[in-house]
Design a protein. Structure first.
Length: 464
């Protein structure tokens, strides 16, 4: 090949291994839409500033439109010999319109070009993920509303702790995913500065208008420093960090669904749409989708560490190491999209078993309610009341019964002033209903949380 972009400097083409390690068209063709958008804006600016004639500008714009149609129709041939998406599009433009195509690259470098394309791609990815996380929240909120009164054990250390409602439990994930949307939108705000016009490293001597191209590409402003513009990948790192937290939250929910769908819990059941059978054991119904969401989290965590490792020792400005950024981010986005679709589907598909949830609430789980009653009614300091409740729990454990199954006389052996009124707080339903503090699990609270969450996350459409 004699038409390499670096012209006649090399008398022979690169070795095959060099071409193999250098080429990026296999993955960066995903930036084609953004590259075309950026080129249109750059061309319009060059014409507006008198750097390129209107006739050449019109020819370039017409050629870019034809290329866009070819790509959309699957008729564009991406060539490995041209290395990347930028040179493939520029090469095809030259085929279509001839010499004017060479004017498009005036006052820009592939360094600022790829930085701009990649920012636009990540920005669009964030908008897509925001919509998909919003859909997941919507399904969780609907399920929570339907189970605002469904009693289940709440756990700490995976030990039954206090009665809660299933709706309240699900609303905890709505809050987590709300923070994920907030993190993604924070990253979006910071990335929304335009590198285009920074050139290779130092800017350009042409009288360009960077504010115009930034506006045309829906950026808030041009990046302030040309060296930072071409070398920064903080936006990709932030995306990966936010993606990792989002994946972690989906993994936690997936772990709960794995537990809840087991025979030992029996709290939920999936249809055949989100579970599989065993090749040997006919009775099995495996929560494969949840397990895979849980397992795929490692890919995203690994991508974050890989990208941090790529960037950690790079001097200013651009180094070819940065070519590694795109595959990492693309893969994370693809994995998140799949996991979000699966998680949303599983939440919608799962059938809670209210009877089994209620049956799992053991007779000792209202011990805190007993201590609270002693403190509130008998005006005993909580630490002392906790000690009294502990003695009563020990007695119930010894007899193999629940707290509410003890007689009043047995309770009064621990604290003589206890009255029969204590039994009114010892049912799981009474316990949950009493947790009326803001953010508590009381069913009426959950219904209020549901309506508030609809307004915060669904009606408004964006994370607060």
């Amino acid at each position: 090949m004699t038409s390499k972009i670096w012209g006649g400097r090399f008398s022979a083409g690169p070795a095959a291994i060099m071409e193999e390690i250098n080429v990026s068209i296999g993955f960066d063709q995903r930036l084609a839409k953004q590259d075309l958008h950026g080129s249109r804006a750059h061309c319009a600016m060059l014409v507006a500033r008198g750097i390129v004639s209107k006739d050449d500008g019109d020819a370039i714009q017409e050629g870019l439109t034809r290329i866009e149609k070819e790509i959309a129709g699957g008729n564009f041939l991406f060539k490995r010999a041209l290395e990347d998406v930028h040179m493939n599009i520029e090469g095809r433009l030259a085929d279509l319109i001839g010499a004017p195509a060479g004017r498009l690259h005036t006052a820009r470098s592939r360094n600022d070009q790829v930085a701009t394309d990649f920012r636009m791609w990540v920005r669009a990815a964030i908008d897509t993920l925001d919509d998909e996380v919003r859909r997941l929240q919507s399904v969780l909120i609907d399920k929570a509303a339907a189970h605002a009164d469904t009693i289940m054990p709440g756990f700490t250390h995976l030990q039954a702790a206090q009665p809660v409602t299933f709706g309240h439990h699900l609303m905890a994930y709505v809050e987590m995913f709300g923070r994920d949307r907030g993190r993604l939108m924070d990253a979006r705000k910071r990335l929304n500065e335009c590198p285009l016009g920074a050139g290779a490293i130092a800017g350009t001597s042409f009288p360009i208008d960077r504010a115009l191209t930034a506006e045309k590409l829906n950026f808030d402003r041009p990046m302030a420093n040309s060296m930072d513009a071409v070398s920064d990948r903080d936006f990709a790192v932030e995306f990966m960090a936010a993606a990792s937290v989002l994946a972690m939250h989906m993994s936690r929910l997936a772990e709960e669904m794995v537990n809840w769908s087991s025979a030992q819990f029996g709290f939920i059941r999936f249809t055949d749409a989100f579970s599989t059978g065993s090749s040997m054991m006919p009775q099995k119904r495996n929560p494969d989708a949840a397990e895979l969401v849980r397992g795929k989290t490692g890919r995203i965590f690994g991508g974050l560490m890989a990208l941090l490792t790529v960037m950690k020792a790079l001097p200013l400005t651009y180094s070819k190491d940065m070519q590694e950024d795109k595959e990492i981010v693309f893969a994370a986005f693809d994995t998140l999209e799949l996991c979000l679709a699966a998680t949303t589907g599983m939440v919608d598909d799962m059938k809670p078993d209210a009877k089994k949830m209620r049956a799992a609430v053991d007779g000792l789980i209202t011990a805190t309610d007993l201590a609270d009653w002693v403190t509130r009614v008998l005006d005993i300091p909580f630490r002392d009341a906790h000690h009294i409740a502990g003695k009563i729990v020990k007695l119930a454990e010894g007899k193999g019964v629940g707290i509410a199954d003890l007689s009043l006389a047995e309770m009064q052996a621990a604290e003589p002033r206890i009255t029969k009124e204590v039994f009114s707080v010892l049912t799981p339903e009474a316990s949950a209903a009493s947790r009326t503090s803001f953010g508590g699990t009381a069913p009426d609270n959950v219904r209020k949380q549901v309506e508030a969450a609809r307004a915060r996350f669904l009606t408004l459409g964006k994370a607060p």
